[in-house]
Ligand binder design. Sequence first.
Ligand code: SF4
Ligand code: SF4
Length: 234
Amino acid sequence: MQINTDLLQKISSAAARNLDSYLQKALTASAEHGSFGMQMLDQLHEKLPRTSCNDCGRCCNSVSIFSLEYHRLIREVMATWPPERLRRLVQSALRFDLRQAEAGKEKRLRCIFRDDESKVCLVHPVRPFACRIFGLLKEDGKRECEEVKDLNRPETVITQDYLVSLQAKVLENSESYRPFPDEEAIHFFPFEFWFFRYIFSPERALQIYREILVPMSTPLTKLWHKHLELPTAP
Ligand code: SF4
Ligand code: SF4
């Protein structure tokens, strides 16, 4: 499937006109969500080991997160960032076409919270499960990134089952949507999906997901390959 460039163009031009109202909508939605589930989420995040790596940022692409994690991120920046910085964040969320990147032969959407200049994650204390777990799960004895060091002594054994058990309560308390009609509803979507879900509507966000975010990201394209019109690149 090709990116729906008309839809992308519409979003980009609306971004300039409506930035402040979109910012307000995003902040209001997370303020109205309230602190429900936030403490639980923090406690579950803390159950994963502290890690270190060389912070190259290669893995900092838009990861799929729960709705609770989306609200946690927005509530954190709302509480700690000045208004102009929040405006820049929303501008970046709306102009996701400017965050397209290549990773080898694959396409990625850079994470909105990665500051490539200072090489930091701007929301490190509240980063989602997907970021915390990266490099900890071992497949065939190998980590996704060999630079990741588990700082716990002895090292915590992280398995897929342990992760699923940690996430069970978050899953119960997060929203889910069905991206394609003949698929089960899922709870994980990129930050951008949740952003558009709260400033527009779930239907609009699902259209953006299917027609822009999925074709823009090779991992998502692979995930939904059977629903797309064109084969993925070799
Ligand atoms: S986990 Fe690995 S790829 Fe990601 S920032 Fe750290 S060193 Fe880079
Ligand atoms: S939230 Fe932080 S750690 Fe996670 S992908 Fe974004 S920049 Fe990287």
